[in-house]
Write a protein that binds this ligand. Structure first.
Ligand code: ZN
Length: 265
């Protein structure tokens, strides 16, 4: 089961997606973000072809928590040490964009803007200070694609990464949130630029598995329903140019494609 967030006649809704006559359609809608996917069952049935709506980012997080260096080969390609505990940072919710929205390169401030294709995890239930024996799965609502767009030159220049990771449009998310994935068993994460495969990782190569990540973050901050965790990027990052289309594909979720433009003053 999967759901999206979409705009219909100037109003945003969450919509459950089902196959109707072999085509994906929105069959039930909610105005408030779901905390449990079963909430859609209580909504009135409708039928709206998915192709007829404008998709939005499928999350409204209070925060976006990103894991750095969670794949060994990616840490190596940036000449970073292999971490001995998870490393995380925040992206502001103002950086969110949806499927098809433009990534704007801030060319007056950065000369190198990279894609980072990642598995995104959407929190469904508030959690704080989970214990080592707590199961994290009941706190996870579903999974999505994230592009952790990064101004690499600013990341290398600044002591911390808020500027490099925080520009408006630097967090494409979508196209849907899906529940039928098992990152512990292995989910493929791929990135293509203009159709050419650049990243091809699997979550079984995580340095820290998802349960360790969620528990680790929860020792520091309360994770709220709707919060988004980006789980780190595989090897193969490289710069984007204006005119490119970058596409992140997570097995079981789908593909998130965004065009790249230059932000001119
Ligand atoms: Zn990242």
């Amino acid at each position: 089961m999967s759901y999206c967030r979409f705009q219909h006649q100037d109003v945003a809704f969450y919509g459950r997606i089902e196959s109707v006559g072999g085509q994906p359609a929105i069959t039930r809608t909610l105005v408030e973000p779901p905390r449990l996917l079963a909430e859609f069952d209580a909504a009135e049935r409708c039928e709206l072809p998915l192709s007829a709506v404008r998709l939005l980012a499928p999350v409204e997080p209070s925060k976006i928590v990103c894991i750095g260096r969670n794949y060994r080969e990616h840490a190596k390609e940036l000449n970073h040490p292999i971490p001995t505990e998870p490393l995380f940072f925040l992206k502001p919710p103002s950086s969110l964009i949806g499927p098809g929205d433009e990534i704007r390169r801030p060319v007056s401030l950065s000369q190198r803007v990279d894609y980072e294709g990642e598995l995104g995890v959407v929190i469904g239930r508030r959690c704080y200070r989970l214990r080592d024996d707590d199961d994290v799965r009941p706190y996870i609502l579903g999974y999505t694609c994230v592009n952790d767009v990064t101004a690499r030159d600013l990341q290398n220049k600044d002591v911390q990464w808020t500027r490099a990771k925080g520009f408006d449009t630097f967090c494409p998310v979508g196209p849907v949130v899906a529940e039928d994935l098992d990152p512990w068993k292995g989910v493929r994460v791929q990135t293509r630029v203009n159709g050419e495969l650049r990243q091809n990782g699997t979550t079984t190569d995580f340095l820290f598995p998802l349960d360790v990540l969620v528990r680790f973050i929860s020792q520091v901050m309360t994770l709220e329903p709707g919060d988004l965790i980006a789980t780190g990027t595989p090897v193969g990052v490289s710069p984007l140019q204006a005119g490119d289309t970058v596409e992140v594909t997570v097995e079981g979720v789908g593909s998130l494609a965004n065009p790249v433009v230059d932000l001119v003053d």
